[in-house]
Design a protein around this ligand. Structure first.
Ligand SMILES: [Zn+2]
Length: 143
């Protein structure tokens, strides 16, 4: 087991809602990672709540838009030389492309290939999105 406290260079994904860490871990394909990754579950958080944390010992490219979609309360710390170089706050994206797939079988994106799956934010609180083409609703927490 590696020390989870010190990262020389990498990314720490913090304030993940407890239980969501594994979703993000899988989404980022970290199960296949060849570098050090730690998934910390149910860490104590300041507001009596529990949180998940992911520590990645590698400078990787992360699609922050998608993480904002999963949970806008997540914070991302970019670590260099063991200090936080950059803190990134996420927000719920207004428009996402090719992240959510439309489930409506009659939707043009289901019928024809090569059409981008574009969704627009409908209800930020519920995390609800609407397909650009057929108005099919999608709530991201289902993923
Ligand atoms: Zn659609």
């Amino acid at each position: 087991m590696v020390s989870i406290n010190s990262i020389k260079r990498g990314v720490v994904i913090d304030h993940i809602k407890a239980g969501y860490g594994i979703k993000i871990y899988n989404y980022l394909g970290l199960d296949k990672a060849e570098f050090t990754v730690a998934l910390i579950k149910n860490a104590p958080s300041n507001k009596k709540e529990r949180k998940d944390i992911i520590k990645i010992e590698n400078a990787i490219d992360i699609d922050f838009t998608v993480l904002g979609l999963i949970d806008p309360n997540i914070t991302i710390n970019i670590i260099e030389d063991e200090v936080i170089k950059k803190k990134i706050k996420l927000s719920t994206p207004n428009r996402v492309e090719d992240v959510i797939k439309c489930k409506n079988p009659r939707c043009v994106t289901s019928v024809e290939a090569n059409i981008p799956h574009v969704f627009f934010l409908l209800d930020e609180e519920k995390g609800q999105y609407k397909c650009q083409y057929c108005d099919e609703l999608h709530t991201f927490s289902e993923v």
